[in-house]
Structures are given as structure tokens and as C-alpha cells.
Ligand binder design. Structure first.
Ligand SMILES: Cc1ncc(COP(=O)(O)O)c(C=O)c1O
Length: 383
């Protein structure tokens, strides 16, 4: 079955109790237990809720994994996954990981005795050389945020598998439509479902899908024990968002490609980062592991002032943190998603004051280009 059909026919397209074409929102914290010797499937909603279960089974189906888990945010998902490790374990993280992940591994997990180091995951040799005797996992994000660097997932997974390490992939930018790391041999996939999966900038949530029942049991015990679960209303919103994931992404990534090509030709723009462009150094690897370039791109303006003026004068696109919604969002990574990364480190990574990230929405491309044109040319227009 093709993905566009799968998102509609997930096994949860019809409520088995009523025939409703939408899974009900089971707004319940607890459940009647008629026989105390035989507890029912649902006993308390931290441990399990029917709406959340439908979502968890749906994402496991779409990612082609064994078990799915829904959390209260992408960061709750990431932190719950990282909680499988113990003091003394080392985790290797790709160096331009999402700023919130950078913060939590450095400020929280290091305090718990988990060692973390960072590597440029574009370079497989650097991954290999950064593995220590106590390394237990590699944490990857491809395309990376915000510079859209590409990691060779199959290559990295091969290195990790040879050493018996877990591979965790934050698949937020791609969604299960465009990239399914578990099919390539990864062990755990994480999503900030706040982004493309929700798709409408109206819900914060996180999803995890794992391969292997043993790993699933460990994640379940953290989900139930730690308790950072997604509520039934938000689970329902994500189920609804998933139904249109493919059509949204098809449209958004087509516009993203048009916008990236247009940006590449503008004199105020010095660099465009988008794996759909022929000039992107990771394009070939990206298309060997993903079905499309996605709808997020970033670009650098010729100087910092042009970037600041752009952010001030953009009209149609929203200026906001986040991505993956129906509306185009422009963000300024140094002050937003990557503000928690120290300046020196940001500069080393190329996350500079002239960098702008764009999540392309569902507006008509002609209107978007017109908006970008007036915001980029504001200096010239005001003279
Ligand atoms: C790639 C990536 N991973 C994880 C997160 C964290 O997700 P949330 O904001 O839902 O906690 C984000 C949020 O921007 C993200 O972009």
C-alpha cells in the first residue's frame, strides 16, 4: 500500500465500537474494573488511553516500527528516550542537533552522569572515531537543524550496528512520509509531532517509535513511570493531522523548492541550504534515504543587517519558532531555536547572525515570493 493510502487506512480509520469515521476523544483519567483479579486493558490514563493508543499504533504503522509512544512534547519524547541510559554511558550526538536537545543533554543528562559528546555526523569517519568504549547510542538528525546537513543514515547505522550501539533518529523535519529510519536499520525514531505531523500550529506533542519488543518495554516503563504522556485531545489532533500529512508535504515541499531556487538567484542572499537544490553537497545521499527534500530550508543574507531587516519587514510569513504548520514561518535561529547553543559554538557550526530558517506553508508560491522580495529589498526600496 502506498503512503497516501496508508495515512487514511491505518487500522484506526473506523471506531470499532460505533463505526464513527473518527476515533473518539476518550477524555477519561480512570476506568471501571469489574473484576479485580483480571484488570482490563485500560485502568488509568497515564498507563494507557484508547485515543492515545490509536495514535501510538498509527505512528508505529506509518514508521514501520514495532511500537509507538505519544508524549506531551517532542522534548518529552527525546528526554524519555534518553532516560533508557544510565550513569557512565556515553551518547554521541550530531553536532548541529536541535537546540533544545543540545540543552537537555548538556544541562540535565550530564548531571545524571551520562556522558555526551558531539560529532560532525556528515563525516562518517568522525562518527567512527568519536565512539568510546562506553558509547551506547548515536543520536542523529538529518537533515539537520538549521543548516540542513545530511547524514548518511545507512553508513552511520552500519558503524553503530558493528559496535552494538543503538541508533536514535530525530525524524521531525522529514516525517514518516519522506523518511523512515527504522526501515534503514535505526532502533528509535523521535518526532516533535508539534511540527509536520500536527501540521496546523495548534498542538504540542512528541512521538517515539521503536524496533524490537525489549526496547519497547523499556520505553513503555519510562513513559508510564515518568508520565510525560500526551492527553487524549492532543492525541486526536495528531490523528487528524496525520490524515493530510502527505498532501500537505507534497504541496509544501514543491513550494520550498521553488522558493529555494528563487532565493539562490537573489543578490541579497549569499547561501541557500536545501537538500532539493542540485548544489547541496548532501543531495545524493539524502535522496538515497528519503523520498523528498521536505519543506524547511535556510539561507544566509549578504550581511547581518539585511537579515534583521528581512525579519522586521516580512508580512505574509509569520515570525515564530516552530515549523511544519500550514502557514509559512520564518525564524531567526541565533535568537530562537539555537539561542541555548553558546555563541562560540554557534559560530563554529555556521549558525550566524545572517541565517534565516524558513518553513514553507500552504500559501500560493507567487504571494510568498512577493513577500520575500519586498522584505529582502527593503534597504534598496527605502533609499
Ligand atoms: C528537530 C526538532 N526536534 C525536537 C524538537 C522539540 O519538540 P517540541 O517543541 O515539540 O518539544 C523540535 C522543536 O522545534 C525540533 O525542531
Amino acid at each position: 500500500m502506498k503512503f497516501g493510502t496508508k495515512v487514511i487506512h491505518t487500522g484506526h480509520e473506523i471506531d470499532k465500537h460505533t463505526g464513527a469515521l473518527s476515533i473518539p476523544i476518550y477524555q477519561a483519567s480512570t476506568y471501571h474494573q469489574p473484576d479485580i483479579d483480571n484488570p482490563p486493558e485500560f485502568s488509568y490514563s497515564r498507563s494507557g488511553n484508547p485515543t492515545r493508543k490509536a495514535l501510538e499504533e498509527t505512528i508505529a504503522f506509518l514508521e514501520n516500527g514495532d511500537k509507538g509512544f505519544a508524549f506531551s512534547s517532542g522534548m518529552a519524547a527525546t528526554s524519555s528516550v534518553l532516560s533508557v541510559f544510565s550513569s557512565g554511558d556515553h551518547i554521541l550526538v550530531c553536532e548541529d542537533v536541535y537546540g533544545g536537545t543540545y540543552r537537555v543533554v548538556n544541562n540535565l543528562f550530564k548531571r545524571y552522569g551520562i556522558e555526551v559528546s558531539f560529532a560532525n555526523a556528515v563525516n562518517l569517519l568522525e562518527i567512527e572515531n568519536s565512539i568510546q568504549s562506553n558509547t551506547k547510542a548515536i543520536f542523529l538528525e538529518t537533515p539537520s537543524n538549521p543548516l540542513m546537513k545530511i547524514t548518511d543514515l545507512k553508513g552511520a547505522i552500519k558503524i553503530a550496528t558493528n559496535k552494538g550501539l543503538l541508533v536514535i533518529v530525530d525524524n521531525t523535519f522529514m516525517s514518516p512520509y519522506l523518511q523512515r529510519p527504522l526501515e534503514l536499520g535505526a532502533d528509535i525514531v523521535i518526532h516533535s509531532a508539534t511540527k509536520f505531523i500536527g501540521g496546523h500550529s495548534d498542538v504540542v506533542g512528541g512521538l517515539v517509535v521503536v524496533k524490537g519488543i525489549e526496547l519497547a518495554k523499556r520505553i513503555y516503563s519510562i513513559q508510564n513511570g515518568f508520565g510525560a504522556i500526551l492527553g487524549p485531545q492532543d492525541s486526536w489532533l495528531l490523528l487528524r493531522g496525520l490524515k493530510t500529512l502527505k498532501v500537505r508535504m507534497d504541496y509544501q515541499q514543491k513550494s520550498a523548492l521553488d522558493l529555494a531556487r528563487w532565493l539562490s538567484k537573489q543578490p541579497e542572499v549569499s547561501e541557500v541550504f536545501y537538500p532539493g537544490l542540485d548544489a547541496h553537497p548532501g543531495k545524493e545521499i539524502h535522496f538515497s534515504q528519503a523520498q523528498g527534500p521536505g519543506a524547511v530550508l535556510s539561507f544566509k543574507t549578504i550581511n547581518d543587517e539585511t537579515a534583521r531587516l528581512f525579519m522586521k519587514h516580512i508580512r505574509l510569513a509569520a515570525v515564530a519558532v516552530s515549523l511544519g504548520g500550514v502557514e509559512t514561518i520564518v525564524s531567526y535561529p541565533v535568537k530562537m531555536s539555537h539561542a541555548s547553543v553558546p555563541q562560540q559554538e554557534r559560530e563554529r557550526l555556521g549558525i550566524s547572525d545572517n541565517l534565516i530558517r524558513v518553513s514553507v506553508g500552504l500559501e500560493e508560491i507567487e504571494d510568498l515570493i512577493e513577500d520575500f522580495e519586498q522584505s529582502l529589498n527593503i534597504e534598496a526600496l527605502s533609499q
